[in-house]
Design a protein around this ligand. Sequence first.
Ligand code: PLP
Length: 384
Amino acid sequence: MKDSKKLGINSVCVHVGEVKDTQFKGAISPMYMSTSYAFDQVDIKRYPRYFNTPNQEALCKKIAALEHAEAALIFGSGMAAISTAMLAFVKKGDHVVIQQVIYGGTYNLIASEFEKYGIEYSYATSDNVEDFKPLIKSNTKILYIETPSNPLLGITDIKAISSLAKENGLITMIDNTFASPINQNPIDFGIDIVIHSATKYMGGHSDISAGAVAGSKDHIEKIWKTGINFGGNLSDFTVWMLERSLKTLNLRVKEQTRNAQVMAEYLESNPFIDRVFYPGLKSHPQHTLAASQMHGFGAMMSFELKEGIDPMEFQNALKLIKPSMSLAGLESTILSPVKTTHYLLSENERLERGIRDGLIRFSVGIEEPEDLIADLEQAIQKTK
Ligand SMILES: *Cc1c(COP(=O)(O)O)cnc(C)c1O
C-alpha cells in the first residue's frame, strides 16, 4: 500500500487496511472467523481477544489512516473503547479532568466506577479552556474532552486543550464521535488519543455496535495491554461489517453534513422554532472556532420548539424522520433530550446545562432536504 497520507480520502476509505485474498483474488477482504491459528505459520499468537486476527489488524490500519494516527484499536462498543482507554492510563490515587458536558454513558462510567478504583476526577463546568486550568493537580493524568458536545453542540478549543496538557505533561483524550474522522482530525491539533463510538458514523447504518481508539504506537500499545485484560474486542463478523461501512464513510458523512447545513438554515428561518444549535450557523457562538478546527460542521444539531408546541406530540407527528435513541444513521432521527438522554438529571441540572423542555436533537441523514423540510412542516402544522 502507498503511503496513506498521499491518498485522497475516498481512496483511504476504500483501500487502506484490506485483507488481501491471495487464494482466490476476490475483490474484497475475506472474513477470517478463526479463533485459533497455527503457531508454525505465524510469528505472533493470533487470537480475537488479542485484537490481532487478520480482519482486526487490517481494519485498525484503515481507522489509523482516517485519524492521521500511527495506530488504532477496535472494540465491541464505544464505551468499551472509552473505559479501556481511560483505565489504561490511571491507577489508584490518580486524577482526571473531564469536560462536564459529555456523553451520558461516559458520565455514568466515571460516576459509578472511578470511585470504586480510587480514581479522582473533576469536571470543567464549561468548554472554555480557562475552566480546565485551575482543576489540574499534581496527580492529574488525563484531560478528557468531547467536541462537538451533546446535545447543544458546544465546541471545545482542541488546540488550547492539547497545549495546556503538554505544559503539564498530561495525556489528552477526545470523544470524536459527533464529528467523525471526516469532519475533524484532533491528532493534527496535538491530541494524544481519539475515541469513537463506531456504532454511530463509522458504522452509519444503525446495525453495528463498535468502538475505536487511535493514537501513537506507544499509547495504543498501552491501551492494548489493558484491553486484553478487559476483553472488549469486536467479533470478526462485525469487524468485517465495519470495514464495509467505512468504505462509504466519506460519501455518507459529506452528504449528511451538506444536508445538515440546509436543515439548520431552514430551521433558523422558521417562526415556530426559537433557537437552533449548529456550529455551521453564523449565530453559533463558537462558529469561528468550529471553522478553525473542523473540515465540516457535522450532521448533528438541536433546536428549540416555540412554546406551545409539545415536543412529544411534534415527534409523534413526524412521518419520515424517526424518533430514535441513537444517531448518525443514513436515516434522519430525532429525540427529546429531556425525555431520553438527560432524563436522569433534575430540572435544575438540565437548565444549568441549557437543556430546555422544547429542545429537540436532530441527526440528519441522507434523505433529500426538501423531503425532511416537508415532514417538519406538516408536523409543525399539526401540533402548533
Ligand atoms: C454513543 C456514544 C458513545 C458510546 O458508544 P456505544 O457504542 O453506545 O458504547 C460515546 N460517545 C458518544 C458521543 C456517543 O454518541
